[in-house]
Design a protein around this ligand. Structure first.
Ligand SMILES: C[S@@+](CC[C@H](N)C(=O)[O-])C[C@H]1O[C@@H](n2cnc3c(N)ncnc32)[C@H](O)[C@@H]1O
Ligand code: SF4
Length: 380
């Protein structure tokens, strides 16, 4: 089974009001200590999954474009030294479009990054301000152009279903996005997460996202427009030309193995036929101290039961347009799918929310839009 390696950089210049990722603002970061610690974490976790072929490295965050390019280079080099490497290794780095970070793009490419994922979020300066971003439209466009000229592959993220956003306004923004896009786009609906600045404001009664009917209309429009542009959704929020899907994220959704390096990162590794779940300490300083003290910052390393594995495979795989290979699910469940998910499955098939063939269990577009309800019914 292939292996993907996720590396988390937990720092940002400022905290965006909608974001509940493990990201923190710090005045000072001891870059040498962080580099040493991430390298040590890689070495330690290599023991969990030796001799596996690495197909992807993903620098996520936080804001990995704030990492020193030498650190990125050292980490890629260490992965190459620790494992056999796929000939078409994908190395993605998430970047913010601020000009200071864009100055480093060439160095990231020289370090071995071959795919850039840019957090553009909006192409409208007022919307960027609402989202608390530190870049404006001009910086976003300049960063996209530079990404296109610097990396073999690039993608960018947009957040839609903002409050009061009409389909006509989104249509206009999406047309612009398509004119700047390469072969991959991530289009997320704004979600209001508890504990974020937006979460707190929403609790006080402010309207900070689109109402449900508008969100459905915006989502359906997005699906149609991107499909007609040759970039259908291969996952709920991710669109690509066939063959240009993000290999790394596919590893999560296909329930393949991945290691999580850095604060808060989690992993799934198959050992002796069963999945092991790993979870690291979240707070950057606590993580760093644990690694420096003992070489490991695992908070948890637990075997996953068969039922929990089935649940995870469904939660991940039904996000994908390709769905889940039936033989894989049946091998895990050790029984026929119809028996395992009776009677919910036949109701979901009849309702047009999932399809089941000899090869695959797939959530339809309608099913993917209501995935929580579909999962709830299957797993009840
Ligand atoms: C780890 S984050 C971002 C990486 C990078 N620091 C940035 O901000 O561009 C990955 C993506 O998740 C999306 N995202 C984060 N929080 C979100 C939310 N509450 N609603 C919708 N999309 C969100 C954003 O599009 C973001 O680019
Ligand atoms: S959205 Fe990106 S830049 Fe903003 S706080 Fe989250 S990780 Fe940091």
């Amino acid at each position: 089974m292939p292996l993907a390696v996720y590396i988390h950089w937990p720092f940002c210049r400022s905290k965006c009001p909608y974001c509940d990722f493990n990201s923190h603002v710090r005045e000072q970061i001891d870059e040498q200590r962080w580099t040493r610690a991430l390298l040590a974490d890689l070495k330690h976790q290599a023991e969990l999954a030796p001799d596996r072929e690495v197909v992807s490295i993903f620098f996520g965050g936080g804001t990995p474009s704030l990492m020193p390019p030498d650190t990125v280079a050292a980490l890629i080099e260490r992965v190459r030294a620790l494992w056999p490497i796929s000939p078409d290794l994908e190395v993605t780095l998430e970047a913010n479009p601020n000009s200071a970070e864009a100055e480093r793009f060439a160095k990231f490419a020289a370090a071995g990054v071959n795919r850039l994922s840019l957090g553009v979020q909006a192409l409208d300066s007022a919307a960027l301000q609402f989202l608390g971003r530190r870049h404006d439209r001009a910086e976003a466009l300049a960063a996209i152009a530079l990404a296109r000229d610097t990396f073999p592959r690039y993608s960018f993220d947009l957040i839609y279903a903002r409050p009061g956003q009409s389909v006509a306004a989104w249509e206009d923004e999406l047309e612009q996005a398509l004119s700047f896009a390469g072969t991959h786009l991530s289009l997320y609906q704004l979600t209001i997460e508890p504990g974020t600045a937006f979460g707190n404001r929403a609790e006080r009664g402010e309207i900070l996202s689109a109402d449900e009917d508008s969100a459905v209309a915006l989502y359906e429009f997005t699906q149609r427009r991107l499909a007609s542009a040759g970039m259908p959704a291969y996952e709920i929020s991710n669109h690509a030309r066939p063959g240009a899907e993000c290999r790394h994220n596919l590893a999560y959704w296909r329930y393949e193995d991945y290691l999580g390096i850095g604060p808060g990162a989690h992993g799934r590794v198959t050992r002796a036929g069963a999945k092991l779940a790993t979870q690291q300490r979240r707070a950057p300083e606590a993580w760093l101290a644990a690694i420096e003290e003992s070489g490991s910052a695992f908070e948890e390393m637990t075997p996953i039961s068969r039922d929990a594995s089935i649940e995870e495979m469904l939660m991940m795989g039904l996000r994908l347009a390709e769905g889940i290979p039936r033989p894989r699910l049946e091998a895990l469940a050790e029984r026929n799918i119809e028996d395992r998910f009776r009677p919910a499955l036949s109701r979901l098939v009849e309702g047009g929310f999932v399809t089941l063939t000899d090869e695959r269990l797939v959530a339809t577009a309608a099913g993917r839009q209501r995935l929580n309800a579909v999962l709830g019914a299957l797993l009840a």
